[in-house]
Design a protein around this ligand. Structure first.
Ligand code: SF4
Ligand code: SF4
Length: 598
């Protein structure tokens, strides 16, 4: 694996995600594949702009990692990106890739979300280190995001192991100065096939041997960690207190720490070096571990026989900040953070003109129990729609509805429907539809097809029509796909025509056979050409009954003084979902230009 360097140096202000993208280019990555998920999404979006690396969105994280494993086996450096829950989907190939090892450097960026800014849980993916037996690095700012990512590729090849670079939201989205280093020139490295079944074919006999190799590798990495520049110690003469920390927590610590306290900053999170921890803990009188979420480092310190404070001071939930760290230290905080309660409440709602609004309006009227999924449409859970009644993880809605259908009976069984988005359906929902067909479900599935991965910012997916690199490509035919897996009753509905959609949904929910209703209309933010002229309301006709407000559109404004509803024409997209709700036809609807029939 020849590597040469090119003269280069630059100082740039970047977010952590931009820094990781730049690092991938400079590390000579040849292929990158991921699935969008906040806070990781912008990595591939930025990397694709360089045009030097082939980038693609995969339908899910497992596929993305498998694509990268293939590229690595062929000798190329490969990068896979995902959010923390995405690694659960990719865990299957990850655990075995630790056994096979790599050929070209294989790096997974896994972005955790402490505080659940946009996630269904706040799992701490540092635990994947010991569980999957892979190397984990944890940067604490943009500069480290850049350099740690580059080092991750070197370490992956040097130790023949996949490397996770674990970030958190503050590192992904925070901006900082990055000291760009000379890019590697890997143009002399040619990809080729290597036949080595003992290394790359994990049948039990070969896997047993590879497990021995893997444990030896982890031991070598422990020794490496003892000397690695990734772990930094700043010792002070006064040895009364020493703080161990890593990642974003390091930044909070450095904002508030008393000058005389020592710090051990860990950059290598798995394997941890017992030597590094022991040396530090033995040299100070009191140890405090500052880390978000689980007591990962704290447990390692205690396992070595040292007393320490940690979760007893900082708690197990959410993000830390300088205030919380100062409070845990028992020292005053000089922070000027404005308390969140001082801000006006802004409950999240579906956008004006969102096609999901029509579906939830209809399903609410039909008094369904909605087994929902992860996407923009999960916002349908909020008032006034109250439209989601269960939601666990990507792709789970169909499986859960099938399970409910099997244990319920009569009217309750009939009430259950599954609702899933197009990207989520292609992510992992399709497997559950196959299961519903195979195991003779009689349920109804609503696929809310807005032609994009809207929740994370309108990324391309196999139903979008273009790739991440901007090339035109095949567009999955949802009807043909559902029919191909064996669903006999597949119908299309228009969420902007709620009258017809109501008839269709009612008919299919009552059907004693499995059916799929594809509710198709583009995301109003991604496809702005669908926006029509705004509606207005005839104030003389409006009786102030508030029936239209039940669709939960932010463009509908209650005028308390006049006891009428008005339309905010700067928000209204003319979708018409509110129109059939009015008992006195008070809406004035302009002629439609773009309203094609579904
Ligand atoms: S006010 Fe009515 S027509 Fe306008 S965006 Fe909202 S629901 Fe659609
Ligand atoms: S439903 Fe019609 S009458 Fe009732 S508040 Fe809305 S616009 Fe006015």
């Amino acid at each position: 694996m020849t590597q040469t360097t090119v003269e280069y140096a630059e100082k740039v202000l970047l977010s952590g995600n931009e820094a990781i993208a730049m690092a991938a280019v400079d590390a000579g990555v040849k292929l990158a594949s991921g699935y969008p998920g906040t806070p990781s999404t912008e990595i591939l979006e930025n990397l694709a702009k360089y045009r030097a690396v082939y980038c693609e969105w995969a339908p899910n994280e497992k596929v993305a990692l498998e694509v990268c494993i293939g590229a690595s086996f062929a000798g190329a450096r490969a990068l896979s990106t995902m959010k923390h829950v995405g690694l659960n989907v990719a865990a299957d190939p990850l655990f075995t890739a630790a056994y096979t090892g790599v050929r070209g450097g294989l790096v997974v960026i896994c972005a955790d979300d402490p505080g659940m800014h946009s996630s269904q849980n706040e799992q701490d993916n540092r635990h994947y280190g010991p569980a999957a037996k892979v190397l984990i690095l944890e940067p604490s700012d943009s500069d480290e995001a850049y350099h740690f990512t580059r080092m991750a590729f070197d370490l992956s090849e040097e130790f023949d192991i996949p490397v996770i670079v674990r970030t958190t939201t503050r590192v992904n989205h925070g901006k900082g100065v990055v000291h760009r280093a000379a890019p590697l020139d890997l143009s002399g490295r040619h990809c080729s096939l290597e036949v080595n079944p003992q290394k790359y074919v994990m049948i039990p006999a070969f896997a047993r041997a590879r497990h021995v190799v893997l444990e030896e590798t982890l031991n070598k990495l422990r020794l490496h960690a003892a000397e690695s520049e990734l772990n930094r110690t700043d010792m002070k003469n006064d040895r009364s207190v020493g703080v161990i920390t890593s990642g974003a927590s390091y930044q909070y610590v450095m904002e508030v720490i008393p000058e005389n306290w020592s710090v051990l900053k860990l950059g290598m999170i798995h394997p941890l070096s017992d030597d590094v921890l022991s040396r530090f803990c033995s040299s100070v009188e009191r140890v405090i571990v500052v880390e978000e979420l689980d007591p990962y480092i704290e447990t390692a310190v205690k396992a070595l026989g040292f007393k320490c404070d940690g979760k007893n001071l900082f708690g197990l939930q959410g993000e830390l900040n300088p205030d919380l760290v100062a409070k845990g230290f028992g020292i005053p905080s000089s922070s000027t953070t404005i308390p969140a309660k001082a801000l006006p409440p802004r409950p999240p709602v579906l956008c004006p003109g969102c096609p999901h609004r029509g579906t939830f309006t209809v399903l609410k009227k039909l008094k369904t129990f909605v087994s929902g999924d992860i996407g923009c449409y999960t916002l349908g859970v909020n008032k006034p729609l109250d439209g989601i009644h269960a939601c666990v993880c990507m792709g789970a809605s169909l499986g859960m509805a099938h399970g409910m259908g099997h244990v319920l009976s009569g009217a309750e069984k009939k009430k259950v429907v599954a609702v899933i988005g197009d990207s989520t359906f292609l992510h992992t929902g399709i497997n559950s539809l196959i299961n519903m067909v195979y195991n003779k479900s009689t349920g109804t599935v609503f696929i809310l097809d807005n032609r994009t991965t809207a929740m994370t910012g309108q990324q391309e997916n196999p139903g979008y029509g273009t790739t991440l690199m901007g090339e035109a490509t095949n567009n999955v035919d949802m009807v043909a796909l559902c029919r191909a897996v064996g669903v006999e009753h597949v119908y299309k509905g228009n969420p902007f025509d709620t009258v017809k959609l109501h008839e269709l949904a009612k008919r299919e929910i009552e059907r004693d056979e499995l059916s799929v209703v594809i509710v198709e209309k583009e995301c109003v933010l991604a496809f702005r050409e669908i926006i029509e002229e705004p509606l207005t309301i005839d104030a003389l006709k409006c009786i102030g009954c508030k029936a239209c407000l039940k669709v939960g559109c932010p463009a509908l404004v209650w005028d308390g003084a006049g006891k009428k509803v008005t339309v905010d024409i700067t928000l209204c997209t003319g979708c018409d979902v509110c129109v059939p709700e009015c008992p006195v036809d008070a809406f004035i609807v302009p002629e439609k230009k773009n309203r094609g029939e579904v």
